[in-house]
Design a protein around this ligand. Sequence first.
Ligand code: G3I
Length: 352
Amino acid sequence: MSEKHKLASGARALLAGAIGVLTALAVTTPAGAAAGTLGAAAAQSGRYFGAAVAAGHLGESAYVTTWDREFNAVTPENEMKWGPIEPSRGSFNWGPADQIANHAMSKGMKIRGHTLVWHSQLPGWVNGNMSAGDLRSAMINHINQVMGHYKGKIYAWDVVNEAFADGGAVGTLRNSVFTQKLGNGFIEEAFRAARAADPNVKLCYNDYNIDDANASKTRGVYNMVRDFKARGVPIDCVGLQSHFGNPPANYRQNIAQFAALGVDVQITELDIGGSGSAQADAYRRVTQACMAVSRCTGITVWGVTDKYSWRSGDTPLLFDGNYNKKPAYNAVLNILNGGSTPPPMGGGTIRS
Ligand code: G3I
């Protein structure tokens, strides 16, 4: 064998050895190595990273491939809401929600159930013509049936969604058929019914504009959770929807103040309008805020791709319309992998 050939075969042997090592690394992902997907990276700290998914897009292979590859949790975007799932009284349309749930379970993903009691996307038969007693029994039956159907399959339920008003004194609830007929106690009734329906699932209160630690709406939800904990009303988690233009500077303190009440905090519907490095930086700060609080157990972005976002004009998600990773994706992945410790987020005292 010529010197040239000896060198070439030596180089090949080295290359083969290197590929073997790299393959072993890729398969075992030893401690300290960076994970290559959002779900795997989040799992390193015991967290999940999910996406809202719509059954109507499951026929699109790039959509499903991206969901499966990157995320280890899911929230059905609309399919489990009262209107879509119980369109006429006592008659349930499980198909689209089951499609998402079955797929998620086959991949070992966590499922967030969204949502049992919400003033919006109600079926037409739930309305102000019902008596209080009738509405109450409809609500409790709905909770029993839906939670019963998914018993053992769901990680956390958004039991009540968006019950607080955007203005008014601290603690003001949104005017809805529920407050009109059942009074402010409907939230507690719903949580008690939910615990009875499935004692083994996490029960969350979920809302938007409760991301700023000191906002009046945040104070209202904070006081409710504190009151529930003090009186033994079952509640396990608070969902911060987090539909952002710019995340508040005291977001981490906000997560910490809810966690200090003895509940988990989940970022449930994250999306941030913008593009490029500004958007990436905002996503980075949000991810750092969750990683800084041990009871912040997971993050869900409100969609897989910009093109199907409810606010697609803001291009608020981690994948563009062609499923390309955006700078925001890399920023999130880096933080989930332990990149750089959170800087102080400043602003906002934690009130009790
Ligand atoms: O499925 C029907 C279809 O049959 C019909 O032809 C079509 C005509 O408009 O409507 C379709 O339903 C739409 C549904 O999304 C599914 O695409 C509804 O009109 C539309 O209102 C609904 O929007 C959803 C919205 O909630 C409803 O308020 C969004 O997809 C969904 O992303 C959004 O999610 C909410 C969370 O649940 C709670 N927090 C805020 C968040 C953003 O608004």
